[in-house]
Design a protein around this ligand. Structure first.
Ligand code: C2E
Ligand code: MG
Ligand code: MG
Length: 719
């Protein structure tokens, strides 16, 4: 693409050829002029030379003739034999070009003039040359107007008898000369004509050659270069699908064409790779967020009156723990397995419950999105299909996963948010946000469930920033409190409180009672959890100190406090804990810190160092929610903890499923082997209590034993 003011190769070639042609023509023109000049000079030179040569020839002839005549005339003149003189004169007169003959005496009087009656006899010669002729002592040549006068004295011995004069006319000499020059001119003109023909031919040939070169340049160079430029332009504007025919040329341009073809292929491949990376997920080979978004935009742009879309946002619960605990390889295998299950679930519903298109994408670590797309949906069947699919997904994802090449069995769950176009939103941005909100709600409602988006969700969760802002000053305003859930000894038949778990509560004037699942996550996203965590620790330790004073049997009571990953990563935690304990005057073993596997297994030197220092203080570390997500019990050996809390879900399941009972039994057995304290969480009825007692569980916690209550509530329990 040539801009204004730029000259293309073809134009340049044309100009170059025109320039060369003009130069050649100029040269030819100059040559022609030189030739015309030379023609003139040659003619002039020839004329002069010819004239001189002819004149000289005539002069020599005249000279020798007059000398010969003088000799012949000597005797006849001596004897004055007029007859003999006349004979000689007549003979001379007959010689061509001779116009007159005069014989004269020593005084210059005419003796014979060649005529029969000698009309001028005795007259003195009167012409302008006469005097020099009479006085000459040797043969003399003189020129007159159009003639040559040759004269010679006639001598007998030393005596001068007279003289003879022969006049030669130059007329025929000049005529012959003119004829010769005419002929020369004709010949020169002929040669010049021939030259001109040659020059015209030459010029024609050069012009033809120029034209041929131009066409050649065009077809051999300009066109291929222009073609390459067009290809480059196409590639530049992202049209990689052009196919460049591989060149068969063997010259540099062929090399260039081939290099260009190779380059375009590699650009295309790179582009595909980049596209794959940018729009696809290499692990599952599903489109990623960007790829999905593009597809969604396409559907939305083409959406008609009856188009319906349903987006299912699937978040795999607890997946991060799998990754952290078993490494990324196991995590990847689990994700592939989950992807396969989602695909199967999709296959199951498509056709039967849903006739439109279904797209699946992976958004991030453990987030999948399914898009149901229907062009004709008048009876809201898309919502039914989405609901059906969500139920099915929750079921199949909850099935234990056994990743290949590992002895692990992983238990996961799924929280699903569903949003529908056009009911919930018109734009991709709105739909993606709504889906996220609905999913977050499903998670907050206790995981393993699905939620359809509704506008009230958007308004309550829309502004998490606002909520975070409000949480910031909540402790100072007294909105946040610590409640305690009693932890009981299980050996004895009667319930005996030996400790309590501190749990945060936030009652916001704006949001009401906010679930710790929501506000703790919010606090963890910011640094807020650091100060909030310290507040809980201080309060719990103070409260414990006062309980301990209630009686001898409570002197050994403990409090357990939940610690977030963010707090562990902050290397100052051991110092702060030590200070709090010292200020309040509590022994370190009165404080139990609840950590999760994820936090401990994080491969970070800082976290390991914090854990080591906490333990060396004498603080007890408990593993919270153990067994949740996976059941790699052998793993327990490697964890630097003093106790485990069996997750509520196992306690809940142990009386219903044999598998769960076995898991609980194994945890208890192994913990005992490892001399770890075992706490069962979420005991909700006496059957569970009994079953756990039978299994040998040491400590228990749950609504049946005591719901989380205030400091005073615990005080009442102790009294
Ligand atoms: P968690 O540490 O596993 O706490 C136990 C949760 O189980 C508490 O929920 C408790 O109210 C609930 N629970 C106790 N017994 C039963 C039962 O018999 N049945 C049922 N269904 N639930 C029972 P809560 O108070 O909503 O706390 C949720 C989570 O929030 C906690 O799980 C903990 O991880 C976190 N959390 C609470 N307070 C704090 C805190 O001060 N710091 C940190 N970092 N996390 C906290
Ligand atoms: Mg806990
Ligand atoms: Mg727990």
């Amino acid at each position: 693409m040539l801009g204004m003011g730029k000259l293309g190769i073809q134009a340049q070639a044309r100009i170059a050829i025109v320039l060369v042609l003009s130069l050649v023509l100029l040269l030819v023109g100059v040559l022609y002029l030189k030739q015309v000049q030379m023609h003139g000079r040659v003619t002039e030179f020839t004329r002069v030379t010819l004239h001189d040569a002819l004149l000289e020839h005539m002069q020599r002839r005249a000279s020798s003739r007059v000398t010969e005549a003088a000799e012949q005339l000597a005797n006849p003149l001596y004897y004055f034999d007029l007859e003999a003189i006349g004979r000689i004169v007549n003979t001379i007169q007959k010689i061509p070009d001779v116009s007159y003959v005069f014989v004269f005496d020593k005084d210059g009087r005419i003796i014979h003039d060649g005529s029969g009656e000698i009309a001028s006899y005795g007259e003195k010669m009167q012409d302008p040359l006469a005097d020099s002729v009479v006085s000459a002592t040797t043969a003399t040549l003189q020129h007159g107007d159009g003639f040559i006068d040759a004269s010679s004295p006639i001598l007998l011995g030393d005596e001068r008898l007279g003289g003879v004069r022969i006049g030669y006319s130059l007329e025929s000499l000049l005529a012959g000369e003119a004829a010769a020059l005419d002929e020369l001119d004709r010949q020169m003109e002929r040669i010049a004509r021939q030259h001109r023909l040659w020059i015209y031919g030459l010029m024609g040939t050069i012009a033809l050659l120029g034209y041929i070169i131009l066409r050649l340049v065009q077809s051999r160079y300009t066109r291929p270069v222009k073609q390459l430029a067009d290809y480059a332009h196409a590639i530049e504007s992202g049209r990689y699908e052009i196919d460049i025919v591989p060149s068969k040329r063997s010259d540099e341009l062929g090399d260039l064409e081939r290099a260009f073809a190779r380059m375009s292929v590699s650009v295309r491949e790179h582009d595909n790779e980049i596209r794959k990376l940018a729009y696809g997920d290499p692990l599952t080979e599903l489109p990623n967020r960007h790829g999905f978004r593009n597809q969604l935009e396409i559907y939305l742009a083409a959406a008609g009156e009856n188009t319906r879309l349903a987006l299912l946002f699937i978040d795999v619960d607890n997946f991060k723990r799998v990754n952290d605990a078993w490494g990324h390889e196991v995590g990847d295998n689990v994700l592939r397995e989950i992807t396969g299950r989602i695909r199967q679930a999709i296959e199951k519903i498509s056709g039967k419950h849903f006739s439109g298109e279904i797209d699946l994408a992976r958004f991030g670590g453990d987030e999948f999105v399914i898009l149901l797309h229907s062009r004709e949906d008048e009876d809201q069947s898309i919502s039914k299909a989405a609901k059906h699919l969500a139920q099915r997904l929750i079921e199949v994802i909850a099935q234990p996963v056994k990743p290949e090449a590992s002895d692990v069995e992983v238990r996961l769950g799924a929280s699903i948010g569903i949003t529908v176009f056009p009911d919930d939103g018109f734009s991709a941005v709105a739909l993606l946000k709504n889906g996220d909100i609905a999913m977050y709600q499903a998670k907050a409602a206790g995981k393993q469930g699905y939620r359809f988006f509704n506008q009230s969700m958007a308004s309550s969760l829309n502004d998490r920033m606002k909520m975070e802002q409000s949480l910031r000053g909540a402790w100072a305003r007294g909105e946040v409190s610590v409640v305690y859930q009693p932890i009981c000894q299980m050996k004895s038949r009667q319930l005996m409180v030996v400790g309590a778990e501190a749990l945060l509560r936030w009652k916001s004037p704006e949001y009401g009672q906010v679930s710790p699942a929501i506000f703790i996550a919010l606090a963890e996203e910011s640094e807020l959890i650091l100060s909030l965590g310290l507040d809980v620790l201080r309060t719990a330790c103070q409260d414990l100190a006062s309980w301990r004073k209630q009686g001898k049997q409570y002197a050994g009571m403990f409090v357990s406090v939940n610690v977030s990953a963010r707090q562990l990563q902050d290397g100052k935690l051991p110092e702060k804990v030590e200070k709090i304990l010292a200020n309040i005057g509590l022994p370190a073993d009165a404080l139990h810190l609840e950590l999760t596997e994820t936090m401990i297994l994080e491969d970070s030197g800082k976290v390991n160092e914090t854990i080591r220092r906490l333990r060396s203080l004498g603080v007890r570390l408990w593993l919270d929610d153990f067994g949740m997500g996976f059941s790699g019990l052998s793993h327990l050996r490697r964890l630097p903890v003093d106790g485990v809390k069996i997750d509520r879900s196992f306690v809940d399941g142990m009386c219903k499923e044999e598998g769960d009972r076995i898991v609980v039994q194994n945890i208890i057995n192994m913990a005992k082997d490892l001399r770890l304290t075992v706490v069962a969480e979420g005991i909700e009825d006496p059957t569970q209590w009994q079953a756990l007692r039978d299994a040998g569980c040491q400590l228990g916690q749950g609504y049946w034993l005591g719901k989380p209550t205030s400091y005073r509530g615990i005080l009442g329990l102790l009294r």
